[in-house]
Write a protein that binds this ligand. Structure first.
Ligand code: FES
Ligand SMILES: [Fe+2]
Length: 343
């Protein structure tokens, strides 16, 4: 275990809750990016995430504050703040304080999740949070899938980037996930804030089969560092979302969801039980990764095998765009370019 050397204040979309955890009228306390925050939902259904402290005299709104329709009221002197963090009422004065504002975070709510946009420079969102269905450009919707199964681990000593590196790390599949053969990448596209990694993989058969004969695979979209969505093909239809959010300078929360596809015309209990079994297996495999990440010391620059060089270098270079404070590590090739890839 070691404190990640990469910035814990990256830019992008990050999950702070599941939708069901923020109910109308309730206030949820949370710490992310080393800041005390609250999430609440207006009576009309809008999810709001803002800093926790009242701009008047600093009461924590998550301890005794309450939601009144579209605003939140501070427990200390009753000042009311709207979903943009603006003061709209001082109960003992005829006008509000128009100048002070509680810092709010842009929110995207999709796929049963609440995401916030984080940027230490205060820039507005310049890319979107990915959607586990529509981002793959097919006609799929949540109705084609069973309700998601989830995993949630809090305050692990790890960084969002570890999870994305897992996507280009072909060698780990055989050792961590016990795939019979090593997967092969068919797409590495690191041009934009969203990057794309596709690979051919199988969990069946023995180690003597050829990867050229495998008829199944995974497509992954990394929507910045915070959220990755995947779609499978050629195996039991599943979609996953992994979302890693820095809590403080040492730790991150990990959330994972898996949606298993419904079989048209087969909506009986047996089909549902089978889907649940498969979902549990996907979660078990993700937990195997978490077990590594939570105890890993980030290696930078890493020692890479020749075949690992391209993927890791591309991913680490791509990742540096999300660290406005410059703490993005060296791109993977700095070391190997000087000394030649390790053979
Ligand atoms: S501290 Fe919030 S109203 Fe006074
Ligand atoms: Fe993995």
């Amino acid at each position: 275990m070691a404190r990640p050397p990469l910035s814990m204040k990256p830019t992008g979309w990050f999950q702070v809750a599941w939708s069901t955890e923020v109910k109308p009228g309730e206030i949820r306390r949370m710490t992310y990016f080393d800041r005390e925050m609250i999430a609440w939902r207006t009576a009309s259904g809008e999810a709001v995430v803002m800093d926790a402290y009242c701009e008047h005299l600093g009461a924590h709104l998550g301890y005794g504050g309450h939601v009144e329709g579209e605003v939140i009221q501070c427990p200390f002197h009753g000042w009311q703040w709207n979903s943009e963090g603006r003061n709209v009422c001082i109960p003992y004065q005829d006008r509000p304080n128009r100048g002070r504002r509680i810092r709010t975070y842009p929110v995207t709510e999709r796929n049963d999740s609440i995401y916030i946009w984080h940027d230490i420079d205060g820039r507005a969102p310049y890319f979107e949070a990915p959607d586990v269905f529509s981002s793959f450009g097919d006609d799929s919707t949540a109705a084609d899938y069973y309700p998601p199964m989830t995993l949630h681990r809090e305050a692990l000593e790890m960084h969002p980037q570890y999870v994305l590196e897992n996507g280009v790390d072909f060698a780990h599949f055989k050792f961590v996930h016990k795939t019979p053969i090593v997967p092969v990448f068919t797409r590495h596209d690191f041009g934009e804030p969203w990057s794309y990694v596709d690979f051919t993989i199988t969990f069946e058969g023995d180690e003597n089969q050829s990867i050229d004969d495998v008829q199944s695979g995974v497509e992954a979209i990394n929507g910045g560092l915070g959220i990755a969505v995947t779609k499978s093909w050629g195996m039991i239809d599943n979609r996953t979302i992994s979302a890693i959010t820095p809590v403080d300078e040492r730790t991150s929360d990990v959330r994972f969801m898996v949606y298993i596809g419904r079989t048209p015309g087969r909506d009986d209990e047996r089909a549902a039980a089978k889907a649940e079994q498969f979902g549990a297996e996907v979660i078990r495999q993700f937990a195997q990764d978490v077990h590594i990440w939570a105890h890993q010391r980030y290696s930078d620059p890493p020692a890479l095998a020749t075949a690992e060089y391209e993927g890791f270098t591309a991913l680490r270079k791509w990742a540096t765009q999300f660290y406005p404070d410059g703490r993005g590590g060296s791109a993977a090739d700095l070391h190997t370019a000087a000394k030649g890839p390790a053979e």
